[in-house]
Design a protein around this ligand. Structure first.
Ligand code: ATP
Ligand SMILES: Nc1nc2c(ncn2[C@@H]2O[C@H](COP(=O)(O)O)[C@@H](O)[C@H]2O)c(=O)[nH]1
Length: 206
């Protein structure tokens, strides 16, 4: 599949800061648009259906799987999460750059379908800081935090399969790195598109 928009995939262990970084990126860069995933997880305090996620029952999710409605989906921390094809294809066709905030399993599925997708992994600076961010966020029960920390080691082992790794210690520094990656990739994609087109011929440049 080839679209004029770019696809960026950001993954991280829970609490490393990917949602905060992607939100800050979108505030600075209007060309970046989020994908809203479907999940069987229950909404957290302030979350709204259709804004953070489409919160659906397992039956609805399974129906969507059967209908081949997902670009990718995975079991994460005991729930199901998926990116619907509808969520991204229309916007990429219109030339938007879409950012997916998904887990490593989904990221690997996306790379198989869109080899040009840029995979970015966010790491926390330490285990202690990861735990303390999850606790300070105060959105999940102690049990859920333990499950997420237990899964973090397995998730981080996949960082090497990503195109870029950002260590989110100082937030502003990590945001700068994320912006730099998006910018550099846009330039690379532009060069690739020009190479595929007859732009050089049209400009009479050999
Ligand atoms: N560089 C940072 N320094 C200190 N705190 C941070 C930093 N980045 C993010 N945080 C805080 O850490 C907490 C977790 O961040 P966030 O919710 O963005 O993580 P996440 O990776 O999206 O987690 P999840 O996958 O569970 O949604 C939030 O309270 C956020 O404000
Ligand atoms: N494979 C996918 N993973 C997804 C998707 N949407 C979110 N996620 C990942 O789930 C965990 C937990 O998220 P939370 O909101 O419950 O904290 C996190 O790693 C997300 O990136 C998706 O569509 N596909």
């Amino acid at each position: 599949m080839q679209y004029p928009g770019n696809l960026f995939v950001v993954a991280a262990p829970s609490g490393a800061g990917k949602s905060s970084l992607v939100k800050a990126l979108m505030e600075l860069d209007q060309r970046v648009s989020p994908s809203i995933s479907h999940t069987t997880r229950a909404p957290r305090g302030q979350e709204v259906h259709g804004r953070e996620y489409y919160f659906v029952s397992r039956e609805t999710f399974d129906q969507m799987v059967a209908q081949d409605a997902f670009l990718e989906w995975a079991h994460v921390h005991g729930n199901r999460y998926g990116t619907s094809k509808h969520a991204i294809e229309q916007r990429m066709a219109q030339g938007a750059d879409v950012v997916l905030e998904i887990d490593f399993q989904g990221a690997i599925q996306v790379k198989r379908i869109f080899p040009n997708a840029v995979l970015i992994f966010i790491l926390p600076p330490s285990w202690e800081e990861l735990r303390s961010r999850l606790e300070r966020r105060a959105e999940d029960s102690a049990d859920v935090i333990e499950v997420r920390l237990k899964n973090a080691a397995q998730e981080m082992a996949h960082a090497k399969e990503f195109d870029f790794v950002i260590i989110n210690e100082l937030f502003e520094r990590a945001l700068f790195d994320l912006k730099a990656i998006v910018h550099a990739q846009r330039l690379r994609f532009t060069a690739q598109r020009i190479a595929r087109s007859d732009t050089f011929q049209a400009l009479n440049i050999s």
